[in-house]
Design a protein around this ligand. Structure first.
Ligand code: HEM
Length: 495
């Protein structure tokens, strides 16, 4: 008797849950009627489109943005979940100018096991106090201290290219860019020279690479979204193993630096690291724990290398394909910088105006972070559409950057368009590679400085060519914009 009662209650609960899902679905469907979308299959939505190979999804999204170009957004139905894809910059101010809707979308939860709730993933008061604290770490004077580290690793990259050329080994540009930016972020964030450019076989380096790949795979596989299921699978177990290595590595460094910290004279110390700001703060704020410090360090390590590597690799590929632009850039470098082998300073970089335009134009066409996810935090109207609390939204940076109302011939790589600032300033949010507003990228000045130093070193020493056309390279938009296959560049020493 008791068993049948329990069974009845269970069936009733499942039935009520099912009714709730159906009612929500019908409600959402009515509400979203005013947003354009491709025809959907009831309850399945656009899942058949989404089961396209991951290599086709980036082009599919760009294609839909073109198709619905007169609409401020279009709707993607992931099963019963409607996601508004915002691709008009006129609409995104709702997310950037107020403190509302700064909440990240639920996909960011998948990053929590790695980064905890560091700056990228935290919210509300925790985010605010951390942002205030860490803004100090990105102050101009502190960034100046990192110049030397960036120059050293840029020089190592160039030397590595020379050695690879001598050995007649092909140069895979995404891999080499990643190792270089990983070394830069490791030394600036934690004060440790990883030397991954010299030996990419270190356990930490291979775990960063594997964990990023596994995380990307998990984003694309809804059946892996539940922790309960994921950690029972082989990829889930491997992810956990990688995280153990990554967390142990950063934890050991933090503890070691903390022990030595009081004996260090920070003013005179050459290799100052972001970590020192946190250790200093910990001494005056006992509420800051080692766990807190670790999640911020892990966040820098994660956010600070793959993004910059993507920006670097795409710019090198664009220069390879656009020889005239490359030549103009080389001439600027030669004219503006007298001594060819001295370390680049910030004042050197300020003279390289065309380099600035080249990098900006590269990130317009190939934004390293192609999509930004947000959650609506209260009922509101955006672009005449009524949004409800918890509605998911994706800001399609890659589509916003190709809006022909703001960028003439948007598909063309034309750095000169950034020479005319009034052209670019037609709208404050038509160009947002680093996002905008309160939750913009805290590392943008750091990233620009790093990109400029590395690119100058490379262009000064080599003529870059590639046998593969950019149109033929298959792009994959995941956490960052990258490629599915290896992409090789041909380098010819200039002297
Ligand atoms: C070209 C390189 C880079 C690009 C294109 C880029 C882009 C972005 C974007 C679009 C966001 C917003 C993400 C979101 O709202 O979901 C972001 C946030 C962030 N970035 Fe970057 N980033 C770059 C380099 C860096 C570097 C070098 C660092 C650290 C040194 C860094 C640290 C962060 C952090 C901590 C956040 C979270 C900020 C917050 O929510 O307050 N980024 N970045």
């Amino acid at each position: 008797m008791l068993a049948s009662q329990i069974l009845f209650i269970l069936i009733l609960i499942i039935f009520l849950k099912f009714i709730k899902i159906i009612l929500k679905y019908i409600g959402d469907f009515r509400r979203k009627k005013d947003i354009k979308h491709l025809p959907i299959v009831p309850f399945v939505g656009h899942k058949f489109h989404l089961t396209k190979k991951r290599t086709e999804l980036y082009d599919f999204f760009l294609e839909l943005s073109k198709r619905f170009k007169n609409e401020p957004f279009w709707c993607l139905w992931i099963g019963t979940l409607p996601v508004a894809i915002v691709h008009h910059c006129d609409i995104v101010d709702a997310f950037f100018t107020s403190s509302q809707h700064t909440k990240k979308s639920w996909q960011y939860n998948l990053v929590h096991p790695w980064l905890g709730t560091g700056l990228l993933t935290s919210e509300a008061e925790k985010w605010y106090s951390r942002r205030r604290l860490l803004t100090k770490a990105y102050h101009f004077e502190i960034l100046e201290k990192f110049n030397e580290i960036m120059n050293e690793h840029a020089e190592l990259l160039v030397q590595k290219f020379e050695n690879l050329l001598k050995d007649k080994t092909k140069i895979e540009i995404f891999k080499e860019s990643k190792l270089c930016t990983l070394d830069v972020i490791c030394e600036t964030a934690m004060g440790v020279n990883l030397e991954s450019q010299k030996s990419a076989n270190l356990e930490y380096v291979s775990c960063v690479d594997r964990a990023s790949k596994l995380l990307n795979d998990r984003f694309n596989a809804p059946w892996y979204w539940s922790d309960f299921v994921y950690y029972k699978t082989e990829p889930g177990k491997e992810f956990k193993k990688c995280l153990n290595v990554l967390h142990k590595f950063t934890k050991d460094i933090i503890l070691k630096r903390d022990t030595e910290f009081d004996d260090l004279n920070l003013e005179s110390k050459k290799k100052f690291a972001f970590l020192d700001i946190l250790l200093m703060a910990k001494r005056s704020d006992s509420a800051l724990t080692f766990q807190d410090i670790q999640e911020e360090v892990d966040t820098f390590m994660f956010e600070g290398h793959d993004t910059t590597a993507s920006g670097l690799a795409w710019t090198i590929l664009l220069l390879a394909e656009n020889q005239k632009v490359q030549q103009k850039l080389y001439q600027e470098i030669e004219q503006e910088l007298e001594q060819s082998n001295k370390q680049l300073t910030s004042s050197d970089l300020r003279k390289l105006k065309y380099l600035d335009c080249v990098i900006k134009e590269s990130m317009r066409l190939y934004p390293p972070v192609p999509y930004i996810g947000r959650t609506i935090t209260e009922d509101c109207v955006i672009g005449n559409h009524k949004f409800k609390k918890n509605d998911p939204v994706i800001i399609a940076v890659c589509s916003i950057h190709r809006d022909e109302r703001f960028f003439a011939k948007p598909e063309k790589f034309d750095p000169d368009r950034f020479l005319n600032e009034s052209e670019i300033n037609k709208h404050p949010y038509c160009y947002i590679p680093f996002s905008a507003g309160r939750r913009n990228c805290i590392g943008q000045k750091f990233a620009m400085m790093e990109l400029k130093i590395i690119l100058t070193s490379v262009v000064r020493r080599f003529k870059i060519r590639s046998s593969k056309k950019l149109d033929d390279i298959v792009k994959v938009a995941e956490l960052t914009l990258h490629t599915i296959d290896d992409v090789y560049v041909d380098l010819e020493p200039r002297f």
